[in-house]
Design a protein around this ligand. Structure first.
Ligand SMILES: [Cu+2]
Length: 470
């Protein structure tokens, strides 16, 4: 192993220079072996076997980057490169990412650690990495052109700084960002506290993921990078439900979930069955006086939120973005709403010309989940996900928190569907029904109308056929 001083000598850098700089071939031999992940499964937490102990995070459908210690410095090696990411079983996308996956691996360190990250660029264009939320020397902040020259294809740069603040952070390129983030380049960063911190509680489970979005035409593989708002795949860690793993916890575990938003719109993240506190942001732990119990927290663009709760209700609890368009996959957005429209006569006429013609959506969109629609190859079904009682009619940013008595401490395996105790599931009622009492009264307005309308107008709500906001 080359010493740090030798390394700088080989790299042609004056010892300890803080600006990121390119690394020569000779110095490359001294780099930590880049670890590559090819699977989209949720990896087991990476328990540190040296240094200060901490409870490691679990990255949903992701993994934590191993490191090596080099004379007291934690060394990581990120490789920016094109990747094939399985976004859901049977649906893969050609993205850009780090070390074989999009997002890249999670980086976990401890407050006070000196961290050195080598970044090798195997993309067809230059890149850089910005360490979102970190306190660091200005020359390490990663804005190409402002803080450093961009990392050309084939080059390796080195970043080095001390992880000064504990908290929830992320990393992403700051060079041709629109393209590179639309292509899936991002990763999570967690800095654990070095000593007991009054604002940071011990937890038994600590999950993390990034919110991202893609615009991939049905049947194609590569995202459209110019899209600003009209994305059709809303993902967590470049996965769409039912491809997102469940969050499996033991009854009465204290659970932390860390979420970062690198899409172009906000996501109100909603948990069923429990109340949580927002205990941290990318600005650090929140003061206790600011914490309110909530069941939904909005994660705005470029923000991170860390929520905590006691998982004290057994069951399978939905956990999702509350924007209903974000729990759908690959929607055709120009579909007019057909609810309440009777097509029967017209359908028969069209069938004379196109025998297989069918109309959907007369009774809402739920039919679409049940119909076996022929789709082009490599297309995510609009909504899928089979639950114990039928189709969940969800896609996109949706998962399930599974709370179980018999989940072992530290065990993350999927316990299967919840077995509801007898008599605790909503079910059909076939007994007599009383007519519901209706409120009868004159008026109802706060003031009487000046003029009585001549004609009663009734409208039907109809979704616009074109929209740009989801
Ligand atoms: Cu959303």
């Amino acid at each position: 192993m080359t010493s740090r001083r030798d390394f700088f000598k080989y790299a042609g850098i004056a010892g300890g220079a803080v600006a990121a700089a390119s690394v020569s071939k000779v110095a490359m031999a001294a780099l930590p072996e880049p670890v590559i992940q090819t699977s989209a499964e949720t990896s087991a937490p990476l328990v540190p076997n040296f240094g200060r102990p901490y409870t490691p995070v679990v990255t949903l459908n992701g993994w934590t980057l191993p490191w090596r210690m080099n004379q007291g410095v934690k060394e990581f090696h990120l490789v920016a490169e094109p990747v094939v990411r399985e976004m859901a079983p049977g649906f893969s996308a050609h993205l850009w990412g780090y070390n074989g996956q999009s997002p890249g691996p999670t980086i976990e360190v401890v407050e006070g650690d000196r961290v050195r990250i080598y970044v090798t660029n195997k993309l067809p264009e230059h890149t850089s990495i910005h360490w979102h939320g970190q306190r660091l020397p200005n020359g390490m902040d990663g804005v190409a052109g402002l803080n450093q020259p961009a990392i050309s294809p084939g080059k390796t740069f080195m970043y080095e700084f001390v992880a000064r603040r504990p908290g929830t952070f992320m990393y992403h390129p700051h060079a041709d960002e629109m393209t590179q983030m639309a292509m899936g380049m991002m990763g999570f960063w967690v800095t654990h506290p070095k000593t007991k911190n009054p604002l940071i509680d011990e937890v038994q489970r600590d999950f993390c993921f990034l919110l991202n979005a893609f615009d991939i035409d049905p049947g194609s593989y590569t995202p459209k990078i110019m899209t600003m708002l009209d994305f059709n795949l809303w993902s967590w860690n470049s996965r769409i439900f039912p491809g997102i793993d469940s969050l499996n916890v033991r009854l009465n575990d204290k659970v932390r979930i860390r979420v970062g938003n690198l899409t172009m719109t906000n996501h109100p993240i909603h948990l069923h069955g429990h109340e949580f506190l927002v205990t941290g942001t990318d600005g650090g732990p929140t003061p206790k006086s600011t914490r309110l119990y909530e069941v939904t927290t909005d994660v705005a663009v470029g923000q991170m939120r860390q929520i905590e709760f006691l998982a004290d209700e057994e069951g399978d609890w939905a956990f999702h973005c509350h924007k209903s368009h974000h729990t759908m996959n690959a929607m055709g957005h120009d579909v007019p709403t057909l609810i309440g429209v009777d097509h029967r006569g017209m359908t028969q006429k069209i069938r004379n010309l196109i025998p297989d013609y069918m109309v959907m959506g007369e009774r809402g969109m739920a039919d679409m989940a049940e119909m076996e629609m022929p789709l082009p190859d490599n297309t995510a079904p609009m909504m899928t996900g089979q639950g114990p009682f039928g189709s969940v009619e969800m896609g996109g940013m949706f998962s399930v928190l599974k709370v179980r008595k018999d989940q072992k401490p530290g065990e993350y395996k999927d316990p299967g569907w919840f077995k509801h105790p007898e008599g605790t599931v909503a079910h059909e009622y076939t007994g007599p029904l009383e007519a519901p009492a209706r409120f009868k009264s004159e008026g109802g307005q706060s003031m009487p109308l000046a003029e009585t309308p001549k004609k009663q107008t009734v409208v039907k709500a109809r979704k616009p056929t074109r929209h740009t906001e989801h």
